[in-house]
Design a protein around this ligand. Sequence first.
Ligand SMILES: Nc1nc2c(c(=O)[nH]1)N[C@H]1C(S)=C(S)[C@@H](COP(=O)(O)OP(=O)(O)OC[C@H]3O[C@@H](n4cnc5c(=O)[nH]c(N)nc54)[C@H](O)[C@@H]3O)O[C@H]1N2
Ligand SMILES: Nc1nc2c(c(=O)[nH]1)N[C@H]1C(S)=C(S)[C@@H](COP(=O)(O)OP(=O)(O)OC[C@H]3O[C@@H](n4cnc5c(=O)[nH]c(N)nc54)[C@H](O)[C@@H]3O)O[C@H]1N2
Ligand code: SF4
Ligand SMILES: [Mo]
Length: 716
Amino acid sequence: MVETHKTFCRFCHAYCAIEVDVEDGKPIEVRGDTSDPVYGGYTCIKGRQLPEQYTTPARISKSLKRMPNGEFEEIDTDQAMDEIAEKVKQLIGDHGPRSIATYVGSYGYQNSAALVIPKAWHKSIDSPSYYTSVTIDQPAKRISASRFGTWGGGTHKFTDADVCMMIGNNPVVSQFTPFGGPPPFSPYARLRDEMKKGMQVIVVDPRRTEVANRATMHLQVNPGEDPTFVSGMIRLILDEGLHDQAFCAHHVDGLEELIKRVEPYTPEYVAVRCGIDIDEFIEASRMFANANSGVAVGGTGPDMAPHGVLTEHLILTLNTICGRVNKEGEQVPNPGMLQPARSRHADVHAANPEFGKGPKSRVRGLGEIIGEMPTAALNDEILIDGEGQVKALFCLGGNPMVAFPDQDKTLEAMEKLDLLVCVDLYKSATAKLADYIIAPTISLERDDVTILTDTWYDVPYAHYTKAVLPRNEQSREEWEIYWELSHRMGVPIDLPGGQLDPTTRPTKYDVLKLITAGSRIDIDTMRDKGQGHIYEEVDVRVEAPRDGRDAKLLLLPDGVAEEITEVYNENRWRDGKIIDEDKAFTHLLISRRLKHVFNSSGQQLSNLQKKGTTNPAYMHPDDLEALGVNTGDLIEIQGAYGMLVGVAEAAKDVKPGVISMAHAWGDVPGNWGEVREKGSSTNRLIDDHKTYDPITGQPRMTAIPVNVRHVKEDAA
Ligand SMILES: Nc1nc2c(c(=O)[nH]1)N[C@H]1C(S)=C(S)[C@@H](COP(=O)(O)OP(=O)(O)OC[C@H]3O[C@@H](n4cnc5c(=O)[nH]c(N)nc54)[C@H](O)[C@@H]3O)O[C@H]1N2
Ligand SMILES: Nc1nc2c(c(=O)[nH]1)N[C@H]1C(S)=C(S)[C@@H](COP(=O)(O)OP(=O)(O)OC[C@H]3O[C@@H](n4cnc5c(=O)[nH]c(N)nc54)[C@H](O)[C@@H]3O)O[C@H]1N2
Ligand code: SF4
Ligand SMILES: [Mo]
């Protein structure tokens, strides 16, 4: 008997509405749910592999404990949690609560309680050592918005806009767009539909990406030059008076000084430095400014490059001076279904920087940002002995060994821990080093609700899914580890709707109810719908400004003016070579995503392996020819801090002088010989203490200067 269930896919954060056929308790097929009012039946190749994810023998379905001989043995999960809780108590007694750390990785984001419960538990035990992948991703967005101030009415949405400019963002592959870009599903169809209605799309990327191929204009910039590009655009728009002068007159602060600061960024200067055609730059600037609606968005490209926080600030500035906000009387397309209802006004919420306060890191002058500790400092917090040292790490659906900057240092750190607990579906590069691997309750076995994507939709949509399959009794959800600890240690977990009962195991529904207490639409209503739904009755309009609210959007908060000038004064080039740490380099290695995997997830599944088992080093054919390298040859990529071996692949879409390579491949260091089967970690090239953002600590993770050399096969 085949039963069909409606749910949503949680292989990635796009949360596509799907139907799953279940036969004899096992998932056998996944299809897009054509009845869903937002997703309309879209799926990708990864989501369609959920049945194999459930049945693959590679899956960890029983918890494992590392024995003194180094081998893993199965352990009953309650027994494992008893032992882990004892160890945590002992470490807190000996070294204080800060010694207990959590890192929530990308699979924590697919569980709608995993970003809330661990954080609440950390607060309860008074341990600031709470880390997530966001701080090695795009923390620049929240940091820059927090010191800029926010417009009460929100910014323009994608649908029906006249223009969309994507800077280092490739949603056709990544399904990820920050606010104002195409919503995270069916991105190609969304672009096509809007372009048919007249939207002009500008893509700024060193690679002619899948989204660039469909765009009105593609500016193939040099990597790492985004602050120059956006400064130049701001200059041109202000110079030609194309900005929204009425909006600026009332709501921004620092315009005059900004005009002076961006003055040197002439079109001539920008075109040379970014390696683009001057006329195209001018045309794109006017195209963006002359539109009535639509915003510029940045993806991981600019955010991972040097000055990522500045670039995001400049993008906010660009959108703001062009007045791309919802004004009084206009509709707020999606005010968020899973958060408390609040009115929206045509005024500014004053800047309130989410950094520079709270606990401090022990290294590089860093400290808490956006309410968590910076992940780029976690290795050092483990490695540096003394007061405040991290001794235990809970790693929830993350893979530090391939995702953290500086792979050798990460290995040293993971090995130094007194306790490493991974909640992982596979024996990943990191889980292999763990003391315990706890079997995770996988998506189809869980209730979840669209909290993560709540404000990503252009319409008031939400989806609550019940578990499709019964849960594997030995498994635990990512958040549930903390309930287990709370239960054994008597630590309360306080949530918006009240305390989580430490005595009786709560259901996921109980937990979600407490997390979403007071939300605009109750989760019971969502659950009763049985599928995703647009809440048409939610119609929020931007109201008149409130009396006495005269805060401004800050175009030049502390340090920004100086940084704009600092970028201008930088000179990274000498004799046609890029200089890094006094050495000369020929190429810049940039980050990217691959359609058939989600970071390191998916590399284990047979249909996805057919699409490739390595992360090729994509280079322009002319560059390969100059090096005497053919597609499929091994190349050595050497940076100032490390080296990796990759498999070369010719790609005309990559700008000459650039290598485009995905991260989160490879294994623990020393996997040279297996590069064709496992790929290589680009984090071998990234150091965490030389080129990093002073606020977020995020190292340079793209635009990395490197040299390339052909490796003769028998030498590998
Ligand atoms: N050089 C470089 N480094 C980068 C980046 C880059 O572009 N360049 N990108 C950064 C970014 S944006 C991010 S988000 C991070 C990602 O960093 P991480 O989140 O640390 O890395 P992932 O590979 O996504 O780890 C996901 C883990 O979840 C496991 N998993 C798979 N399915 C399940 C499941 O159902 N449940 C559980 N519990 N686990 C599961 C996988 O086996 C894997 O070990 O990497 C960052 N690092
Ligand atoms: N299929 C798939 N989807 C994913 C993931 C995956 O691994 N696979 N990972 C997920 C994660 S963790 C995240 S954070 C999101 C990220 O989502 P996106 O930010 O859209 O990530 P990418 O697709 O890598 O697009 C980044 C683009 O930046 C360009 N770029 C690199 N360096 C520079 C630069 O210096 N300047 C400019 N202007 N551009 C540059 C690259 O060529 C690339 O096209 O994707 C998510 N979605
Ligand atoms: S884009 Fe693919 S992997 Fe992501 S949620 Fe949709 S079907 Fe799943
Ligand atoms: Mo990410």
